[in-house]
Ligand binder design. Structure first.
Ligand code: CP3
Length: 343
């Protein structure tokens, strides 16, 4: 019987040689799966994230269907804020919406820190999941301070992150307090998941690509580094991912990642020298699943070849699964990657 010690995902994350190129997909649990849509019927997104039976079922769905090399915990980056009492919702087709956007130091001070007692349903769901998953590792996750701050300051999804950056440039004291508060909540949320049995974590800084390297280094990196440092003490591999981060990859590695996630815009062989002596994760264009299967797999082979120079390579898409994706195409992609010669 294989155990977690044999996991190709964990081996690649640690820079050891896996038995095959490991593969999982960001947003592998979600609207592309009919069984997800059935499980979620009549249940609001945040409610499903607080119901252990649903968390367990939805997390397991893509593992059953695809036999991917890792499960990612079903939740959302704003769930910890909801758990400490921030008035927010996840609106279908829109995303997280915050009732009272954060503007002042008093607004920041009004957000409580997170303790394990705020999220007993997370502990229960993770414990149950690791029992069910056996040799398949569970990835815990949290939103990074910048990406979560963007929702809290804008009040909802944003393209330009203009209000967020206005605070960053114009009210650095409020900004630092907000980033420290969110970072503390993210670290505590990750600690809960790892204490309950998660084998790795991913810090999602999806919108960090909106920043110049200079501003990332000054205003964001210290806070992400603090989260990664706290989690580093737990001894599990840490994946650090953002979108449009070509110019930030060296800093995202330096922030304390064991694995740097790369979006689809930069070939992995260009990314590898930038991330230092670290593993990489990525990075097939998520729209390639809509191409003929042979086109998709030929491009997947290019991704694997480009990842060979890395200390380790975990195959993934360059961002999340698009909801209209055909699950059968992801099944074929998984089989292709796992069967590709390891070299
Ligand atoms: O399978 C997985 O990857 C795990 C589940 C997961 C969700 N959200 C579930 C979800 C993860 C890892 C996230 C993280 C997340 N949430 C991020 C970072 C990752 C990324 O994609 O860059 C961000 C930016 C969010 C904020 C958020 N939540 C958005 C932008 C949306 C989509 C809005 C929409 O409807 O298009 C959500 C909602 C959400 N989170 C859904 C899921 C499955 C869809 C809501 C639903 O099914 O009703």
């Amino acid at each position: 019987m294989p155990t977690l010690a044999d996991s190709p995902f964990l081996a690649a994350a640690r820079g050891e040689k896996p038995s095959h190129t490991p593969v999982w997909f960001m947003r592998q649990a979600g609207r592309s799966l009919p069984e997800y849509r059935a499980a979620r019927e009549g249940v609001a997104m945040l409610e499903s994230c607080m119901t252990p039976e649903l968390i367990v079922e939805i997390t397991l769905q893509p593992v059953r269907r695809y036999g991917v090399d890792a499960a990612i915990f079903f939740s959302d980056i704003v769930l910890p804020l909801k758990a400490v009492g921030v008035d927010l919702d996840i609106k279908p087709g829109v995303g997280p919406v915050v009732a009272d956007p954060v503007e002042t130091l008093a607004d920041v001070a009004a957000i409580p820190d997170l303790t394990p007692d705020d999220v007993p349903f997370i502990t229960r769901a993770v414990q149950e999941l690791v029992g069910e998953l056996g040799a398949t590792p569970l990835i815990g996750f949290a939103g990074a301070p910048f990406t979560v701050a963007s929702y809290l300051v804008e009040g909802g999804p944003s393209k330009e992150h203009a209000r967020t950056k206005a605070m960053m440039f114009g009210a650095p004291d409020v900004w630092d307090a907000l980033m420290a508060k969110i970072g503390g909540i993210a670290a505590a949320f990750l600690e809960v998941q790892v204490a309950a049995g998660a084998s790795a974590i991913q810090l999602f800084d999806s919108w960090a690509g909106a920043l110049t390297p200079r501003d990332y280094r000054e205003f964001v990196m210290p806070h992400s580094a603090a989260v990664l440092d706290r989690v580093g003490r737990l001894g599990v591999p840490r994946i650090h991912f953002g979108v449009g981060t070509g110019s930030l990859l060296p800093l995202m590695g330096e922030a304390g990642a064991d694995v740097v996630g790369v979006d689809w815009r930069m070939p992995l062989d260009q990314a590898v020298p930038l991330v230092g002596d670290r593993a990489v994760q990525g990075n097939l264009d998520p729209t390639l699943v809509f191409a003929p299967t042979e086109v998709m797999t030929a491009r997947a082979a290019e991704v694997i070849e480009a990842g060979r120079s890395a200390r380790g390579h975990i195959f993934n898409l360059g961002h999340g699964v698009i909801p209209s994706t055909d699950p059968d195409q992801l099944a074929r992609l998984t089989e292709f990657v796992q069967g590709y010669p390891i070299g």
